[in-house]
Design a protein around this ligand. Structure first.
Ligand code: CAA
Length: 686
């Protein structure tokens, strides 16, 4: 048919096979091939039924996302689907791997779908800021019902084949390894039996119940918080409302309009950028892709505190044995108990079985002796942030660990090279910086020391992916990428409250921008005292210092910038606000009202500036790595694309002017890129 699609006919059944690695996405050649193959099979009198199958690791994983930003080449997907759907012969999609987005939507144009048990199906477009624009919002509810279809499309998570079968999306589950033969036999039987062929668009079993306005109203209410800032979920709900209220063709047209709104939105562009940016992080220009990794089959963690425990859980979760070492028995016991408690919470929520809990705890070996780390492949140190202490530990490890073991530090700002220098084998040392809670947060910064070997770096990155993290590579600097980037926001926030806005207003602007919480709420959560306050040297010279001196250390003292009730719900604090007002009075600055936009720019332009500095220094490999780190490490709203993508949306000239007006010096790289009319988010270190 063409290079990516073949058509074979055997015994009256045509098999259309797509073979377009890596994921059989619906690129222009695939669409062309599909359309031609189905047209030919339909026209061939020798063909009585048609099977659609895919070669390689998966059924069609969706539209080719790279094509969204360019002019349409080849047939429109809708036209391809129309040809498939118009077949007068039974059509069967044979699904393995993941049938996602446009892939599932193509399958829904077949009369029947069979799948192997390991297959998953889903409409994940929402993660790209889109809606399923190839009839998914209209066809899926007709089979699966409105509530399940809304969950699948707004949640975006693929479901397993058995669940899809229950929902009527899949007609038959067939044994692994026998997919094609079973699909062919299914198609042939349908042809032999003269089974009445009903297109999904003409079916309505899913629309028989739960379609009243209250279903939609309730859904919107339940997810209002999660929808905040995103455009796609609201449009998905509207499209499904149309599926219920309108005949298919009209609903389909409405879906198209709602899709168009999204595909040109900055939110969707940002989310599509993040999709590729996230995958790009794995690529390290000066380390070959096939660099051999050091086998990691066992792990040691030093420190059983909150970080150490969370880090250990990541490895227990994937079935690796972990030896966790502490200096004192009671601290060790407490750490192990916390890990068990965390797992128990998951069991109580029904997301893990008691047996799985036992299995995971069975892999954990608590120890008071560093010598017990002699045989492990990867050791991650997670002790208190003090250079001398870490150097002492690495010095000891040098004499204990196997020569080829990877020695990693979870330091969040210390000099990894200085830590490595405490050993005779600095090439085995890297930073592996987890974010708290370490078993939950998806970011892992792999810090490449001056002497870290390529295979150690490549292995640390791969280990990160194995435990489900997004691993971003950083060079050594104070705070690495994410923490260093966010420090200027905190400084700008502290400075801004002297000019008029109260902490709660600043936080409100950050939440409206899309952050889970603002900087002052975050300070209260972490503890004001932890951020470098020292009673001995406190000089009452900042709001934070005064609050600390008053014992207002944050949530743990039931008050910081906010007051808290017994359920830790915040309310603006008259006491803290008075402290702010006193400082405002003393500051000598002109006080005025600030709009939300001004607050956002005052706090976030310095972050952009820091990003440019960090790229100029070669700390990150590429701008998109920085954006990924902030989204996964700090909850930077993904629909803005991250600070550097957002800066391009706002316009670099505006960023520079804003920085200057607030008394910051724009980073030279920022000025160079702006002067050349280039995009900051596309910058790569040479
Ligand atoms: N378009 C273009 N490229 C894609 C792609 C797509 N839909 N899906 C994956 N790729 C690329 C990735 O960028 C990656 O490329 P590199 O190797 O060059 O980095 C490669 O395929 C492999 O992808 P992963 O590394 O993600 O592989 P995986 O095995 O971990 O996951 C997957 C496979 C589950 C299919 C995952 O890639 C995925 O979730 N893809 C996106 C699926 C999706 O969102 N589909 C909907 C598209 S929008 C749509 O269909 C709109 C519509 O209504 C018509």
């Amino acid at each position: 048919m063409n290079a990516v699609t073949t058509l074979t006919v055997e015994d009256g059944v045509a098999v259309v096979t797509i073979d377009s690695p890596p994921v059989n996405a619906l690129s222009a050649p695939v669409r062309e091939g599909l359309k031609a193959a189905f047209a030919q099979a339909e026209g061939d009198d020798a063909v009585r039924a048609i099977v659609l199958a895919c070669a390689g690791r998966t059924f069609i994983a969706g539209a080719d996302i790279r094509e969204f930003d360019s002019e349409l080449v080849g047939p429109h997907l809708h036209d391809v689907q129309a040809v498939i759907e118009a077949s007068t012969k039974p059509t069967v999609a044979a699904i393995h791997g993941t049938a996602l987005g446009g892939g599932l939507e193509v399958a829904l144009c077949c009369h029947f779908r069979v799948a192997v048990p390991s297959a998953r199906v889903g409409l994940p477009e929402v993660a790209l800021g889109l809606l399923p624009g190839a009839g998914g919002t209209q066809r899926l509810p007709r089979l699966a019902g409105v509530p399940a279809a809304l969950d699948m499309m707004v949640g975006g998570r693929p479901i397993r084949a058995d669940k899809a079968c229950e929902l009527g999306i899949i007609d038959k589950i067939v044994p692994e390894g026998e997919l094609l033969a079973e699909a062919v036999s299914y198609a042939r039987k349908a042809a032999d039996a003269g089974t009445k062929l009903v297109r999904v668009r003409d079916r309505s079993e899913g629309l028989a119940q739960d379609t009243g306005p209250e279903v939609f109203a309730e859904f919107r209410k339940k997810h209002a918080r999660a929808f905040h800032g995103f455009k796609a979920p609201a449009n998905i709900v509207k499209a499904v409302e149309a599926a219920v209220a309108l005949p298919f063709d009209e609903g389909f047209k409405r879906e198209g309009e709602l899709f168009e709104e999204l595909v040109h939105s900055n939110e969707s562009k940002a989310q599509r950028y993040q999709f590729f940016a996230e995958r790009e992080t794995a690529k390290i220009p000066d380390i070959p892709k096939d660099m051999p990794h050091i086998p990691v089959k066992s792990v040691g963690v030093i420190g059983a505190g909150t970080m150490g425990g969370g880090i250990a859980m990541n490895f227990l979760n994937i079935g690796l044995p972990v030896t966790i070492v502490e200096a004192k028995q009671e601290v060790l016991d407490r750490g192990v108990a916390t890990i068990r408690k965390n797992y128990q919470i998951t069991v109580d929520k029904g997301r893990m079985t008691a047996e799985q809990l036992d299995e995971r705890m069975g892999l954990l070996k608590p120890s008071l002796a560093m010598d017990d780390l002699a045989q492990v492949d990867l050791i991650i140190e997670a002790v208190f942030e003090k250079l001398e202490l870490k150097q002492e530990i690495f010095g000891k490890l040098d004499g204990i660990a196997r020569p080829d073991a990877i020695l990693a530090s979870n330091t969040s700002f210390l000099d990894v090279d200085a830590i490595a220098a405490a050993t005779q084998r600095p090439e085995t040392v890297v930073g592996m910086h987890f974010f708290s809670p370490a078993n939950v947060m998806k970011l892992l910064e792999v810090v490449r020391g001056e002497k870290s070997s390529d295979s150690v770096v490549a292995t640390a990155m791969a280990v990160g992916r194995r435990i489900g993290k997004v691993a971003v590579l950083s060079r050594v600097c104070d705070g690495f990428i994410a923490n260093r980037m966010m420090a200027p926001r905190m400084e700008a926030a502290q400075a801004l409250i002297l000019e008029g806005p109260m902490p709660s207003q600043v936080d409100k602007a950050m939440v409206a921008y899309g952050f889970p919480m603002g900087p002052f709420a975050m300070l209260d959560l972490v503890g004001l005292d932890v951020i470098g306050w020292d009673a001995a040297t406190s000089s009452s010279s900042t709001v934070t210092e005064v609050l600390c001196e008053m014992g207002r250390w944050g949530q743990k003292k039931s008050g910081g910038f906010y007051d808290y009730d017994e359920k830790r719900r915040p309310s603006p604090s008259p006491v803290a606000d008075q402290v702010v007002r006193d400082f405002q009075a003393k500051s000598g600055k002109q006080h005025r009202e600030f709009s939300e936009r001004e607050i956002v720019e005052r706090l976030l332009f310095p972050v952009v500036n820091e990003g440019a500095k960090l790229l100029d220094e070669g700390i990150a490999i590429r701008a998109s790595d920085v954006d990924v780190a902030l989204v996964y490490g700090y909850g930077w709203p993904v629909f803005t694309g991250g600070p550097l993508f957002w800066a391009d949306i706002v316009g670099l000239d505006r960023v520079i002017a804003g920085l200057e007006a607030a008394g910051h010096e724009p980073a030279p790289l920022l000025e160079r890129i702006a002067a050349d009319g280039r995009k900051l988010h596309q910058y790569q270190v040479a």
